[in-house]
Design a protein around this ligand. Structure first.
Ligand SMILES: CC(C)(COP(=O)(O)OP(=O)(O)OC[C@H]1O[C@@H](n2cnc3c(N)ncnc32)[C@H](O)[C@@H]1OP(=O)(O)O)[C@@H](O)C(=O)NCCC(=O)NCCS
Length: 339
């Protein structure tokens, strides 16, 4: 008897981002409001982080509520209907249920059922992980159109009394549709992790530590995100520019070929240091959406991409260098053609 061979799927030769959408919650939180919670000043926050405002979702709004309109806009721009989506990937660390995934709930609300749906936990690098994964899925033939959403409701997990983090984080969602293309529109993803530094950005207490002795009630402080700001800052400044450079090299693209640089929006001083280290042209449009949105973790890159395209700072069809980095520590970068 001859052994059966397994038929392999084959996908599209190339991929691209077909559309992008954004959701920015209505409530604008100013630095002056932040200074009613912590001992700080508008000037200090602007100078040390570049943040002027951030957005907070309403208490009852969930990660799925934020993701939905961003996805609908991305689908409309891509000209793809929800029923043509084969997979929904939600990059988030702030969905409030251990299970079911935000992606499964979102797929149903979008009308994308029975698309594959799962959440991806890669913190501030989550969106770039999702884009890399989606591109590989489309090229391998396990999906034709993939919806990738970066979404966070960090206001639920920020200790508003912690002066090291209370001014930093915000809420929002950004989504893209990744699909087949007649030319390469998404370059190779450069990604990696360094779990030896797991403690530099992490949840203050594991959920299990909040369990009372009776095993049924909850005690202790609500967990929030804690961060060794300076350690993260140095890691981002020194380790991430070489990763971005490798993503350009892997794509066969030079700095002069780029139409935009869209890094994770963690701190405007990190962004400026990366621009300098990469030797990017002085007139290259660089995302500085952090001024308006604060650090929205997985949502920051697609939110910044959407803003640059809608206000005309970056051209449709131009090449953009993306990089995300954060808790894990983890990172991912790639060059993409803007939708
Ligand atoms: C958080 C961050 C903005 C703090 O900036 P910094 O320049 O590193 O600030 P430091 O922690 O060194 O503190 C500097 C001084 O400001 C003070 N300070 C700290 N927080 C303050 C606040 N909210 N308001 C006013 N002063 C503050 C400190 O007490 C310290 O005072 P001292 O010099 O008298 O001791 C910066 O470290 C950062 O952006 N880190 C990376 C964040 C990041 O990328 N996080 C997510 C990764 S995805």
């Amino acid at each position: 008897m001859t052994a059966a061979t397994i038929t392999q799927s084959t996908g599209a030769a190339h991929t691209r981002i077909m559309g992008v959408g954004a959701m920015r919650p209505e409530r604008v939180v100013t630095n002056d409001e932040v200074c009613t919670w912590i001992d700080s000043s508008d000037q200090w926050i602007r100078e040390r982080s570049g943040i002027a405002t951030r957005r907070f979702a309403r208490p009852e709004q969930t990660v799925v509520d934020l993701a939905l309109p961003a996805c609908q806009d991305a689908l409309a721009m891509a000209g793809v209907s929800p029923s043509d989506i084969d997979a929904v990937v939600v990059s988030t660390v702030t969905w409030y249920l251990q299970t079911p995934s935000a992606a499964a709930v979102l797929a149903e609300r979008l009308g994308a059922t029975p698309a594959a749906a799962f959440d991806l936990s890669a913190a501030c690098a989550g969106f770039c992980h999702g884009v890399g994964l989606a591109s590989d899925m489309v090229r391998a033939g396990s999906a034709r159109h993939v919806l990738v959403v970066g979404v966070e409701k960090l206001s639920d997990f920020t200790d508003l009394r912690d002066r090291k983090t209370a001014f930093l984080f915000g809420d929002g969602a950004g989504a893209v549709v990744v699909g087949p293309s007649d030319r390469p529109g998404i370059g190779p993803t450069l990604w990696g992790s360094d779990g030896a530094q797991a403690d530099v950005i992490s949840q203050t207490e594991p959920w299990t530590a909040m369990r009372s002795e009776d095993g049924r009630t909850i005690s202790g402080d609500w967990p929030s995100l804690a961060m060794a700001g300076q350690t993260v800052f140095r890691w981002a400044v020194w380790q991430m520019a070489p990763v971005a450079q490798k993503a350009m090299d892997a794509a066969g693209v030079r700095a002069s070929d780029l139409a935009a640089f869209i890094p994770h929006q963690a701190n405007v001083r990190i962004i400026d240091a990366m621009v300098k280290q990469l030797g990017l042209p002085p007139d290259l449009p660089v995302a500085r959406d952090i001024e308006h949105m604060g650090n929205t973790s997985a949502a920051s890159v697609p939110l910044a991409m959407e803003r640059m395209l809608s206000d005309g700072t970056a051209p449709h069809g131009g090449l953009a260098l993306l990089i995300g980095f954060g808790a894990g520590l983890v990172y991912a970068a790639q060059v993409v053609e803007l939708p």
